[in-house]
Design a protein around this ligand. Structure first.
Ligand SMILES: N[C@@H](CCC(=O)N[C@@H](CS)C(=O)NCC(=O)O)C(=O)O
Length: 254
């Protein structure tokens, strides 16, 4: 059995699939893809994932893409490893509801701010002719447009809408944590890993005015509970090659 994960920094989608691998204690080869150097669009990588994005799981030569799909695949392929998905149908449905919510309603809005603050800096650092060449290698239309928008800057209206979506998500999670210990119930699941990776962990750095103890005390306590898990801590300890100068823009390439 050989598992490989192609991934970037332990943030966002990459972190979201690194955590389950660590939680389950599965041996895997970690293959770092440098998004800051556009490696995800190089022919060798596009041959593996035609969409040119990380993370990508390779299980004995079978390629699985998209973090939510990868994470459920790990549940199915390794039934003897510690589960991160409830066994009962209602629990599964609740977990999938939250995964859908994070994937559709949260990830892209946090991402927009990250791209605005950090990818814009990277994109503007590339010479015009070179930038067009890099753009022509991006397989996904939406992603190509996102890189171009990051270079010119997202509109104030889109950024304000993204902030509102993040506020709504934080309030929704805070309210859920008043009912149950974790998002999908009293069990820790892939849904917690999803919201942690895409939003909760970035609050102090990217949105300190939203992630306050007054607004979301339960969410902040839940983050500490999750970070104390050895699997989460091990995933977070994976190497981060981000240029420290770019870190000060407090964004993520995701
Ligand atoms: N739906 C995909 C999204 C993957 C994605 O957006 N990956 C980001 C990194 S977190 C990426 O590869 N960004 C670089 C790019 O698109 O050029 C998933 O869930 O895995």
């Amino acid at each position: 059995m050989a598992l490989k994960l192609y991934h970037a920094e332990p943030l966002a989608n990459s972190l979201k699939s690194l955590i389950p691998l660590k939680e389950k204690g599965l041996d895997f080869e970690s293959i770092y893809v440098n998004l800051h150097k556009f490696e995800q669009h190089e022919p060798w990588f596009v041959a593996i994932n035609p969409e040119g994005q990380v993370p990508v799981l390779d299980h004995d030569g079978v390629i699985i893409t998209h973090s939510t799909v990868i994470n459920e695949y790990l549940e199915d392929a390794f039934p003897d490893a510690p589960p991160l998905r409830p066994a009962d149908p209602v629990g599964k449905a609740r977990m999938r509801y939250w995964n859908k919510f994070v994937d559709d309603q949260v990830m892209n809005y946090v991402s927009m701010w990250g791209w605005h603050r950090m990818v814009g800096v990277i994109a503007r650092g590339v010479e015009s002719g070179e930038f067009e060449k890099l753009m022509s290698r991006i397989p996904l239309h939406d992603q190509r447009e996102k890189w171009k928008t990051a270079r010119s800057g997202f509109s104030e209206k889109d950024l304000a809408n993204a902030t509102l979506k993040i506020e709504m998500a934080v309030d929704k999670v805070e309210s859920q944590l008043g009912e149950t210990a974790y998002l999908a119930g009293d069990e820790y699941t892939l849904a917690d890993i999803n919201f942690l990776s895409h939003c909760a962990l970035s609050l102090p750095r990217m949105f300190p005015e939203i992630g306050t103890p007054e607004r979301c005390p339960r969410l902040l306590e839940w983050v500490e509970r999750l970070k104390a898990r050895p699997g989460v801590a091990a995933a977070l300890a994976m190497p981060d090659h981000t240029d420290p100068a770019l870190r000060t823009f407090s964004g993520d390439v995701h």
